[in-house]
Design a protein. Sequence first.
Length: 390
Amino acid sequence: MDINAILANAAKRNASDIHMKVNLPPIIRRYGALIPLKEYERLTNDAISEIAYGIMNQYQKAKFDTTNEIDFGYSLSGVARFRVNCFKQRGSFGMVFRTVPTDPPSLDELNLPEVIKRISMERKGLVLVTGTTGSGKSTTLAGMVNHINTNRNCHIITIEDPIEFLHKDRKSIVNQREVGADTNSFAMALRAALRQDPDVILVGEMRDKDTIDTALTAAETGHLVFSTLHTLDAVETIMRIIAVYPPYQHQQVRFQLAGVLKAAISQRLMPRADGNGMIPAVEVMVNTARIKECIADETKTEEIPDAISQGVVAYGMQTFDQSLMLLVQEGFISYHEALRQATNPDDFALRMKGVTGTSDSRWDSFEKEEKDSMDEDKKLFQDGEYRKFE
């Protein structure tokens, strides 16, 4: 079976992922839905193993034979790059290819808030991009690195597993290191990066305490550090980092994080209302004086969502629900989808109806006059039908 033909076919259909599983034909994920490619035969274990070993180098083959799983990159000239995960399940081979466009995107192309351009141009500190698997974290980071590369003269080092977007040297020098091929681990490469005269360091993922320790140290010593976590929002991001450490270090880490964190960007991908692709809903937390206090003081951490929602005008911050409201107002997503994804559906629905408290300024920049005619999704809420979507 010609894997290059399958990948080219999938890329042509705008697939985000291609799944290979024994006894099924290749399956693509397109705009969130899994679609079998019925023109291809069902895959056998031998066929998948032949594909896997055919695109691995000797190091990757040896690692896979030892661990039964591996991540690596694969390029198809003129089509795209792919992040590949090969694994064993029930004793059989399985593979998933994640499509990565050849050229890194611009922040404008990604429909991200304007404040992210300003965050990208910070000179030091820690910037975290978070979300679930497949929420577009790597793409957002690639857009931010591309923005720096286009606008700033500096040295950028990326540490990735595997390398996804390929960055050409523009105003900046970009060195990209791949875990497994160019270095043994994130922590080792990050420690080495501090001796390589970096201005900006991108760490693909903060997987362990050593990596988090070194990332915090790098941010404290005058570098701009980007990384990711699999967390849903700003509060969970802060708590996840603190939880890595033993209890007696929690207060120290809180002070350290309050001092170095510049921003936490959390995102979820939503299907567009026109059915043509996905668009991110983004929570943005900028580390203001109030946010610093909320991070450092355990009793005030739960106040972070309110601080974010009140920082829209002054700092460009926004909560997920505020982001969803903007996307609905601009016609990018349906009201039904926004209500389904909202953090506080009842509050969100009231805001969309124009109901607000006189002393509540959190949504001032997001309110709009109610339309004469409601869309069908809003009517579902009024009829009490929305709860079936929760």
